[in-house]
Ligand binder design. Sequence first.
Ligand code: PHE
Length: 344
Amino acid sequence: MREEIINTKNTALAQIMDAVAEEELERLRIEYLGRNGKINNLLSRIKELDPSERKNLGSLINESKKTIEDAIKQRINEFTSKSISGSEWFDLSIPGILPRIGNLHAQTKVLTKILDIFSFLGYRIADGPEIEKDYYNFEILNFPKDHPARDAQQTMFFDTTGTKNKPGELIPRTHTSAMQGRIMEKTKPPFRVVVPGRCFRYEQVDASHGVDFWQVEGFAVDEDIRFTDLLGTIDFVLRELFGQGVKIRFATTFFPFVEPGVDTYISCTACNGKGCGFCKRSGWSEVMPAGMIHPNVLNACKIDSEKWRGFAFAIGLSRAVCLKYQIDDIRILYNPDIRILKQY
Ligand code: PHE
């Protein structure tokens, strides 16, 4: 009988919820709670039960009765309040409550735009591990174990005590260039690839540094690729991203996996190169280191450097987002406050 009581209550509640008119609720009230209704019928059968069960089942029936009564009352209320507001005082001019809609993060927007530009230029998009082997982060990229250029990468290390790993064998990758080797050793040229991803460095966190940040790596290998192709690509991409009017400047730099290497600066997006607080009065901002892929790297990836040439670059994505939206503190990109996120 316990089941029968519970079923009766559940069926009643379902019907009450489904009711579309007040009359229907009245009909249900009679069906369940009326003198000859289902609840009374259950109550009248209590005396046939074993005395040990009477008390429990009796109160279960009474609780069900109360639940059904309440549900009917509540639905009747809903109908009455609707009809009052409908006929008498529904003020059509009251603005509605807008549902809260989220929006894409500033960084997602800039990344999508960058990937669109490169897709247009025929680049494939790839993804790779954030925890990387020393081999791909350094060794294959022409950074031997004791090369001083490793220092510039501010590598973070895992505590490997009690694990099978040797210290330094696996590291949080310091740059997306780690994907160059992974892709080049498996892919027959010609190819063009971009790899967005998170990188990690041991930095003192401040307005322009975080311990993690994003880069978009890119590289192309073909038979007749020249330095001017690299400069032209950078020029095209940065103008698409920051607007045709942006000024671009190159300066030589060193990375062991490129030769020659260049740093790319754009005129400050806040003051148009005049110098302001945002660009620390310099008028310029470094956004895209690049260079021609070093023959040692091609050879280590089993690509014949006599036949093939390539270029590589990395866009500092977090930096690019700040420049695009004139955000003067990189930490804002990691702030989950909806009032901040909504502004971009
Ligand atoms: N991986 C370099 C860095 O972040 C940037 C870079 C990429 C330079 C590709 C040249 C070519 O330190």
